[in-house]
Design a protein around this ligand. Structure first.
Ligand code: FAD
Length: 315
């Protein structure tokens, strides 16, 4: 079922989860364990992130240095297939512009369609440490809006040139939104206009970057509605779990942490996990009171912490 159908038909609060493929060389068992742990929470859908290749320099024993470019976390489509068909839980496959040609994206959409997966999250991705060269004769999507347009194209049966017209697909397309502004955008209003272009191109819902202060989400939703964005805007949450994240999260995700949360953790660093869970539970309760369409958790494969938070809201 599509994400928007889950939202329309919901009778109870919806809690969705985002997981990350295991590192190259790990067994699929790693991901199965995570899904088995999430399954008792009855997830309406699970997102699986996508990762473009990055370049590493590896030194061998004889001192020579080899350059290797590879995906550290491959397997997004296969993992979606396992979750969808083995666990009968709907999945959202993340698709990126960065690192993928339009031709590769079309192939991925065909695979997803064959696997019975109906949802994709269309993202630009971040610049890899060495950009992938698009092979001659191939094209790339530059921004998420271009990727949305390509997916919406196959939803109309418009494939790339060689095939031309084909059987239409029916993907539900989600996109990313940033209550605290995307770090490259000149201002929040400009970023919201970019978001509107993604919705106008065919996106049916938005999932936000993580935030720790609900007022930022409330203000963002209002600004989006004022700009004419009418689709569901699903808040994304993460449980703060270690003192180190006081620095890591702002640095990696360009977000602010509320002074009250920072002070609490700095005063009681050994209790960070408990503080983080309590903070997140408070956020969830306020968001549910506000009437959000669902709450999306960035699990990052740390299931127990999220389970502890969600259990308190389920009968
Ligand atoms: P876009 O919507 O393309 O926007 C990127 C920037 O360009 C913004 O500043 C925007 O304002 C600006 N912009 C947009 N269109 C134009 C234009 N036409 N001209 C000029 N400027 C423009 N990353 C991964 O690698 N894998 C994942 O699985 C993944 N999952 C994510 C899930 C969620 C819910 C979120 C919020 C983020 C995720 N990311 C993921 C991170 C994401 O790829 C980065 O934040 C990336 O930098 C931006 O992606 P976007 O889709 O928001 O880009």
């Amino acid at each position: 079922m599509k994400v928007v159908e889950h939202i329309e038909k919901r009778r109870e609060p919806l809690f969705s989860y985002e997981i990350v493929p295991p590192l190259r060389g790990s067994s699929v068992r790693d991901i199965v364990d995570i899904v088995e742990a999430l399954a008792p929470l009855n997830p309406p859908w699970i997102d699986v992130t996508s990762h473009s290749s990055s370049t590493q320099y590896l030194e061998s024993n004889d001192g020579t240095i080899k350059k290797r470019t590879f995906k550290k976390r491959p397997g997004t489509l296969g993992i979606c297939g396992v979750i969808q068909n083995r666990f009968r839980i709907d999945t959202v496959a993340h698709l990126l512009c960065v690192g993928f040609s339009k031709e590769e994206t079309e192939d991925a959409l065909i695979e997803l369609n064959f696997l019975g997966i109906e949802n994709v999250l269309a993202l630009r991705g971040d610049a890899p440490n060495i950009p992938k060269v698009v092979a001659a004769g191939r094209r790339a999507n530059n921004y998420a809006v271009d990727l949305v347009a390509q997916i919406e194209g196959v939803n109309q049966g418009n494939f790339l040139d060689e095939l031309g017209k084909g059987d239409p697909f029916d993907f539900c397309i989600g996109v990313a939104g940033y209550p605290e502004k995307h770090f490259e955008a000149s201002c929040l209003q400009a970023d919201i206009q970019s978001l509107k272009r993604k919705v106008d191109a065919g996106a049916s819902y938005v999932v936000t970057q993580m935030f720790f202060e609900n007022q930022k989400y409330f203000d963002f939703v209002k600004a989006c509605r004022d700009a004419g964005i009418q689709v569901p805007i699903i808040p994304g949450l993460k449980v703060l779990r270690s003192p180190g994240q006081l620095n890591n999260l702002p640095r990696n995700f360009y977000i602010d942490l509320p002074p009250q949360l920072v002070e609490e953790v700095q005063s009681h660093p050994t209790h960070t996990l408990e503080i983080g869970k309590r903070w997140c539970q408070k956020q969830v309760q306020e968001l549910l009171d506000f009437g959000v369409p669902a709450v999306h958790f960035y699990v990052l494969n740390d299931v127990q912490v999220v389970t502890d938070v969600v259990r308190g809201f389920q009968k």
